[in-house]
Design a protein. Sequence first.
Lengths: 111, 112
Amino acid sequence: TQLLEQSPQFLSIQEGENLTVYCNSSSVFSSLQWYRQEPGEGPVLLVTVVTGGEVKKLKRLTFQFGDARKDSSLHITAAQPGDTGLYLCAETTSGTYKYIFGTGTRLKVLA
Amino acid sequence: DAGITQSPRHKVTETGTPVTLRCHQTENHRYMYWYRQDPGHGLRLIHYSYGVKDTDKGEVSDGYSVSRSKTEDFLLTLESATSSQTSVYFCASTGTQNTEAFFGQGTRLTVV
């Protein structure tokens, strides 16, 4: 079974700081997605990365897919309180249509 | 946003009783999923469906069963609820392009 480990598990930072969270796999990803979940809501897709070495930017968020497609990172520049939430990585297993989620990073940005 | 709703949103039940959670989607999505969310575990897949009457187990399926008699509905049943099944349950769906999982708002289940 694919295992997705995310680190850190918790992160509390001040507004304006930068941060990076990580997602690592025990095997090669076919593709990888990042979701954000706010309290009382379901997760919402932020981005999908497919190609090894790929970098995608979404405003202050930068997503990177490792060259070997076994890891990914999410970097937030100048964090804001609105970035507070649970960040989840997910893999869609090729051929099975299962979405396997990571353990999550809970981010709190203090004003 | 995809139209996916879960019911009930909250439920308290006693140990040993059966419980059914309902997921309804209006997007004609082929694939549907049930997850549970617990602190430190992210989202863990319970069961999923790849079409009407076609279902398969996920990583934490013991004690759960599912049914999908119509494209739009996916039911999760706890046959005899235990305290370890206290959790927040999320339903999700995706279409044949499989580009994004759309989630419901979750059901908070407490087994006492």
